[in-house]
Write a protein that binds this ligand. Sequence first.
Ligand code: AMP
Length: 448
Amino acid sequence: MEVGENTAAALEAATTFEELGLAPEILRALGDMGYSIPTPIQKQAIPLVLAGRDLMAQAQTGTGKTAAFALPLLQKMIPHANGSASPARHPVRALVLTPTRELAIQVHDSVVAYNKNLPLRSTVVFGGVDMKGQEADLRGGVEILVATPGRLLDHAGNKVAQLSQVQFLVLDEADRMLDMGFLPDLKRILNLLPTQRQTLLFSATFDDSIVGLARSFLRNPLKVEVARRNTAAELVEQVVHKVREDDKMDALLQVIKARGISQALVFTRTKIAADKLGRRLQKRGVQTGIIHGDKAQVERLAALDGFKQGKVQLLVATDIAARGIDIVELPCVFNFELPYAAEDYVHRIGRTGRAGSSGLAISLVSNEEERLLVAIRKFINRDLDEAPLPEIERPRPAAAAMPAALVEQPDAAQPDDAARPRMGRLRREPVCALLLPPIKPAQANQPA
Ligand code: AMP
């Protein structure tokens, strides 16, 4: 599984999208999106995919991996592009499987943008929403289908999704698909595809189960990687604050204020913790969205949309729900709770510092989480700086003179909080003090 010498030489030389041999229609779309230089994974993967090779690509999220597979696949499908109204002239040729609905939507948005000057059709199918609209799209014929495994199997079982002409299969975030127990579904889907096809597997981490998956589903794959094994995103500044469990929310608000953080994604381990933290933040006047697997799809999309538009300052998310979230220039990620699986830490911090911009990942770590921190340090093979909480520079009025609304009150809904001493630094802030300018929305991903 080595990158061939010829290809390696070719990609050494290629520094622009033109040099990668992409068609003018695709180049124009990339120009419109403001992409000028291919990212390292794009430089490596595009020539290999164009050459017809199966690929095992180790690329963290944020490296530009979507374009790394979507651009050459679009290019390869150009000979089949046609404006015919007949569904038969638009069979599914490229199938992209993703672990979550959010990632599926994200990938499809990118495909739509890259494809905007070509008459190739695409759609996205995922669970949790009515099947009818998806069925109409599939019956009309699409060359590119982005799907989550379960819903795809539903459509295939109903004979609505016909997969017998698939030439290209992409397994995106394959490690996560295995984590989420999709292996049986993947095997079922693979049985519906022609054996003669090109398969591309993308994964942030490569453990033995991923290598096993590649062995069974890929043919003589080349391996490309843009980061060392299990390396956390290099561009991301990673900070650890040791905080008592009960003081975490105050610490979160304190760091946000002291650092002037405009928006952040805040990770909890469980849906219950996400709901609880989200509600407490909302009570404190912070515009907070919550996304996790138990939220209805429309709620998740509304929260994500509000976040992208800058209306929501903090988006509290569980690991699985956060997969696929792509916000250009997301400045900061908080680990409100460290993940149990060290590799989830890599996924989480990959949400910031995307495609070359620097990012910040702040972990609030309690004594009880010390062993998780040790595991993460070992996994990413890197020391994580521990720092004291940053102080907020502001005059402190005497307690007697402080307006009642700004003095900390025991929270009736949180009896566990009322009983304990508070951190004493950040007290109830006026709402406006926490609403800082929003980040730019994800222009690159607006559908064309
Ligand atoms: P991905 O890793 O595919 O999720 O991409 C991360 C982000 O980088 C997305 O917002 C992409 O639109 C953006 N991106 C991908 N490739 C490039 C590029 N060559 N130049 C600038 N931005 C890019």
